[in-house]
Design a protein around this ligand. Structure first.
Ligand code: HEC
Ligand SMILES: [Cu+2]
Length: 319
């Protein structure tokens, strides 16, 4: 943990961010230096009572010079724009096979849940050379997940999910900070991200593993909350089968078609009246105030496991 590192080599994206940053600093220093030098030179040369000849009316430069100058600067700025935009766009969408780690922020701590159910406080363990996606929400106010070594930051909001992903290439322990003022102890809302090689990470998950993974905990909730009473195979209520749901498209009764992502599943549980599936009655009760953010994470992990199981089965049949 060296807070005074100027250059990060923890991930490919961090390296790109640094190069861009130093390019911009370099250009700014050059231009600021040039302007300062000219101010000083002209100030001295044309001071009051200086014998230097007054300047005549400005002369037009040759067209070629004007066009060359304008295209060169325009090209430079489009290049910077393209470079920054390309980096930013790839930072937005995580690869499909990313490892999902769920984060719930609350005043004043970070609560992480690994796919296999391990719970961590103010600490995130993650493997390197693997795309890792943080699926984040807040239980109270707005927080912001800041991982300076990876050069990434994302606000964490109550009532919805935001995402952050990275593919680290260097193991180590790095800072994790809250970058949005969130109350008295905001400055103490810090932690560490521990990046490990894949064998180390598997060993860690094995030694720490609780008896029940996240999806299994979700399945237990699914039964104890009565979801299975409506969504199960022998239900008397006409409710959609949730097996094929995650990642697939859903036709809603008002004609919209949406993709069932984490946000959709969360909304289905907390505000079921908002998106009614086509062909069904709005019979599902809202679970707002009944399930905590952590429980929603578990339920979603369970629903996701139903859909991956299905994809595997389909592949198995095809082979
Ligand atoms: C009283 C019966 C009932 C209970 C209990 C119930 N649901 Fe539902 N659920 C429905 C019905 C009916 C729909 C379809 C209408 C709609 O979209 O609201 C639905 C829709 C959904 C959808 C969207 C399905 C799709 O195909 O897009 C999800 C996800 C869901 N329920 C999850 C849950 C979870 C998780 C629980 C337990 C916390 C639960 N449900 C409890 C009846 C129920
Ligand atoms: Cu915070």
């Amino acid at each position: 943990m060296n807070p005074f590192r100027f250059v990060s080599d923890v991930s490919h994206e961090a390296i790109v961010v640094d190069r861009l940053f130093f390019l911009l600093v370099g250009i700014s220093v050059l231009i600021a230096g040039l302007v300062t030098a000219l101010v000083v030179i002209f100030g001295v040369r044309y001071r009051k009572d200086s014998p230097a000849p007054r300047r005549a009316l400005p002369q037009m430069l040759k067209n070629e010079v004007e066009i060359g100058w304008i295209s060169a600067t325009a090209f430079l700025f489009f290049f910077i724009f393209w470079w920054a935009a390309a980096g930013e766009l790839s930072a937005l969408t995580a690869p499909k096979n990313a490892l999902d780690i769920h984060i719930v922020a609350k005043q004043w701590m970070w609560h992480a849940q690994q796919p296999n159910g391990i719970r961590e406080i103010n600490e995130i363990h993650a493997p390197i050379n693997t795309p890792v996606r943080l699926v984040m929400t807040s239980q109270d106010v707005i927080h912001s997940m800041f991982l300076p070594a990876l050069r990434i930051k994302q606000d964490v909001l109550p009532g919805r999910y935001t995402y952050l992903w990275f593919n680290a290439q260097k193991a180590g322990t790095y800072h994790l900070l809250c970058a949005e003022f969130c109350g008295t102890e905001h400055s103490r809302m810090t932690g560490r991200i521990v990046l490990m090689t894949q064998p180390e990470y598997s060993r860690w998950t094995e030694t720490e593993a609780p008896t029940h993974g996240l999806a299994a905990q979700g399945e237990t909730l699914f039964r104890s909350l009565g979801c299975s009473g409506c969504h199960g195979p022998n239900a008397s209520v006409h409710a959609p089968d949730l097996d094929h749901l995650y990642g697939h498209r859903v036709q809603l009764s008002d004609g919209r078609v949406v993709t069932a992502d984490e946000a959709y599943l969360r909304d289905s549980i907390l505000q079921p009246r908002r998106d009614i599936v086509a062909g069904y009655k709005p019979l599902m009760p809202s679970f707002r105030g009944i399930v905590s953010e952590d429980d929603i994470v578990r339920l979603i992990a369970y629903l996701k496991s139903l859909s991956t199981k299905n994809v595997l089965n389909q592949q198995g049949e095809r082979q």
